[in-house]
Design a protein around this ligand. Structure first.
Ligand SMILES: CC(C)(COP(=O)(O)OP(=O)(O)OC[C@H]1O[C@@H](n2cnc3c(N)ncnc32)[C@H](O)[C@@H]1OP(=O)(O)O)[C@@H](O)C(=O)NCCC(=O)NCCS
Length: 152
């Protein structure tokens, strides 16, 4: 059972540490640049991250990507906390919809309000992302969540 304990979120983690964590989990890193890291978040020490997530901002739409929690630190709420951080980032940048592709964690994302949707419904900006167009296998599940505005 995950806890709701406060999690210290690092902003803009270092590229090398992000690449190591993703590669260990078998997730793609080939398109990652320092520019992506502006909207990446991590947990752990800057040199040895326990967890990471990224968000790509494309106007009204955002792509949540590169979520991984190191095996020894799973089921402590880090995954959930990082998805919340990515959503806060997307919302504060003006995005209303978050999309993602996953081959391994559909039930996890469903529990956080994401729903499976057809790839043909993807906005152009999301289709053009490298992750959507090239990196993720065609068999990956495409999911969407409408962000609820805060403070209204
Ligand atoms: C999916 C992942 C990020 C979840 O991270 P985590 O830190 O363990 O997640 P949390 O502790 O916040 O878990 C939240 C809940 O989701 C559940 N959960 C975690 N991974 C799950 C999965 N793959 N499928 C279904 N449920 C899952 C947990 O059991 C927990 O439920 P609980 O609160 O009832 O116990 C992690 O398992 C992981 O890194 N997996 C490998 C990489 C991956 O699949 N990334 C997603 C690609 S986009």
């Amino acid at each position: 059972m995950s806890t709701a304990a406060a999690v210290d979120i690092l902003e803009k983690p270092a590229l090398g540490a992000v690449e190591r964590l993703l590669a260990n989990a078998g997730l793609p890193t080939t398109d990652l640049t320092s520019a992506h890291l502006e909207t990446f978040f991590g947990v752990g020490s800057p040199e040895a991250l326990d967890a990471v997530v990224g968000v790509e901002l494309h106007g009204d739409s955002a792509l949540l990507r590169s979520l991984v929690v190191a095996p020894l630190t799973r089921s402590r709420g880090l995954g959930r906390a990082l998805v919340s951080a990515a959503e806060r980032c997307a919302r504060s940048a003006g995005a209303s919809d978050v999309y993602l592709l996953t081959s391994t964690a559909e039930p996890f994302f469903e529990s956080l309000g994401y729903a499976r949707t057809d790839r043909s419904s993807a906005p152009q900006a999301i289709r053009r992302t490298y992750e959507f167009a090239s990196l993720c296998p065609a068999s990956a599940t495409f999911m969407h969540k409408r962000l609820v505005p805060t403070g209204t």
